[in-house]
Design a protein around this ligand. Structure first.
Ligand SMILES: Cc1cc2nc3c(=O)[nH]c(=O)nc-3n(C[C@H](O)[C@H](O)[C@H](O)COP(=O)(O)O)c2cc1C
Length: 411
């Protein structure tokens, strides 16, 4: 396995072409030893909301390989209707938080930093989902859209009442509680998941936000109010120095072609509102990092976000892979999903954009599922040792028979 071979690589080996990625960076109280980040990747294997020991090793391996920052997989905040399904990890309550505290400790001992990703899925949760099937899902206008299977977007369906002011206040307070818990448990910051069509993004997106009160409106700036209030509450509960990362995207799991902003001016409405609210770092989620975001410039979304905000940004999307992320609804059926490793060309382009200052950090997702030691191998220029990503990589990444949970006794 590549992991064993990689141990033979000397720490002194550093490929000059990627050396700039190995400079430290500071974001408020967070000191990162390099620019390589593992983005949040949900496994859907958290029985009762708890990840457990195989995940401790999963995170530990990426930390030991020299990755500077690990973002925990999307974790439901303490609203019963925050997750899509019960086996997604939680960031509330004694058992899941006890487990997350241990994960943070393991990662710190291995020399990396870690932040949780606070998540509310909003209207992506289907009505009458177990176990709280009597509770309606929450969203700005109560509209449900089926996640895409690669075909054009499905029509929105009215599934519940729009959130009331009391609902909005409750959910903002619950995000704040998650932020406070992140700090109390020893995390190095937090990331707010406002991307991919989940609750906060449902407020951003005109298709799912049809409100006529102060949380809706014709402009993206107006529809950014809910996100700004979430950020302010997280700041209020954690103090001025605790780093707040904010992940957002144009694309949605309901429609991969969706766009919140057609122009840099529209994007500024969102970004400036969030800078004022207290964000410290933006994580601009794209599926292909090399794609220009707006006409007339070859900068990507992270580049534009940095230019507008003046803050550090993370870019992401098919780094060291030659196939972009496919909808999760069809992922399991894609038998030939082998994103073969590339090509130096992909990393060359990445370094060109990094070296001219478009973004400050890079997020490596699927390639780090199939290569726990991605950072060590790339640092040494050993791209030849990287394993391809395929549809089994997710399951394999936490498959440690010696740490397997005992079989469930059922409910
Ligand atoms: C299995 C899987 C689970 C994911 N889960 C999350 C998640 O929990 N939160 C999130 O913001 N993005 C999630 N993503 C998106 C990744 O963070 C990343 O943005 C995406 O995979 C693109 O990067 P890549 O091309 O390097 O894989 C997930 C992606 C995959 C493949």
């Amino acid at each position: 396995m590549a992991a064993n071979n990689a141990q033979e690589i000397s720490e002194a080996d550093i490929d000059p072409s990627v050396a700039p990625l190995f400079q430290p960076i500071r974001i408020k109280s967070l000191e990162l030893k390099n620019r390589i980040v593992m983005p949040a990747m949900g496994h859907g294997k958290a029985r009762g909301g708890v990840l457990g020991p195989s995940f401790h090793r999963y995170y530990q391996m990426r930390a030991e390989a020299g990755t500077s920052l690990l973002i925990g997989e999307a974790s439901a905040i303490g609203d019963p209707v925050a997750p899509v399904e019960p086996d997604q990890t939680h960031f509330h309550s004694l058992w899941p938080l006890t487990d997350w505290k241990q994960i943070a400790k393991v990662v710190h001992e291995a020399g990396a930093k870690i932040i949780p990703q606070l998540w509310h899925v909003g209207m992506i949760r289907k009505a009458r989902s177990w176990p709280f099937y009597h509770l309606p899902s929450r969203g700005p206008s109560g509209l449900y859209i089926t996640p895409t299977d690669g075909t054009p977007m499905k029509e929105p369906v009215q599934q519940s009442e729009p959130m009331t002011q009391a609902d909005i206040d409750d959910v903002i307070a619950i995000y704040g509680q998650g932020a406070e818990d992140a700090k109390r448990l020893g995390f190095d910051g937090l990331e707010i998941h406002a991307a991919h069509g989940y609750l906060i993004d449902q407020f951003f997106w005109h298709v799912t936000n049809r409100r006529t009160d102060g949380y809706g409106g014709k402009t993206l700036r107006e529809r950014s109010r809910f996100a700004a209030e979430v950020v302010k509450e997280c700041r209020r509960r954690t103090g001025p120095d605790f780093p707040i990362f904010f992940r957002y995207s144009q694309w949605k799991i309901q429609d991969y072609g969706a766009r919140l902003a057609e122009t840099p001016q529209e994007l500024a409405g969102l970004v400036e509102t969030l800078v004022d609210a207290g964000v410290d770092c933006f994580h601009a989620s794209t599926r292909r990092f090399w794609e220009p975001e707006f006409e007339g410039s070859d900068m990507n979304l992270a580049g534009w976000t940095k230019k507008i905000s003046g803050l550090p940004t993370i870019t992401v999307g098919s780094i060291s892979l030659d196939k972009e992320l496919v909808p999760y609804t069809i992922r399991r059926q894609v038998k030939d999903e082998k994103a073969k490793l590339t090509t130096i060309t992909n990393l060359n382009r990445l370094m060109e954009m990094f070296n001219r200052g478009d973004f400050d950090m890079i997020g490596v997702g699927r390639a780090m599922l199939s290569n726990p030691d991605w950072t060590r191998l790339v640092r040494a220029g050993r791209l030849d040792m990287l394993q391809a990503y395929d549809a089994d990589s997710l399951a394999k990444s936490t498959d440690f028979p010696d740490l397997a949970a005992p079989p469930s006794r059922g409910h």
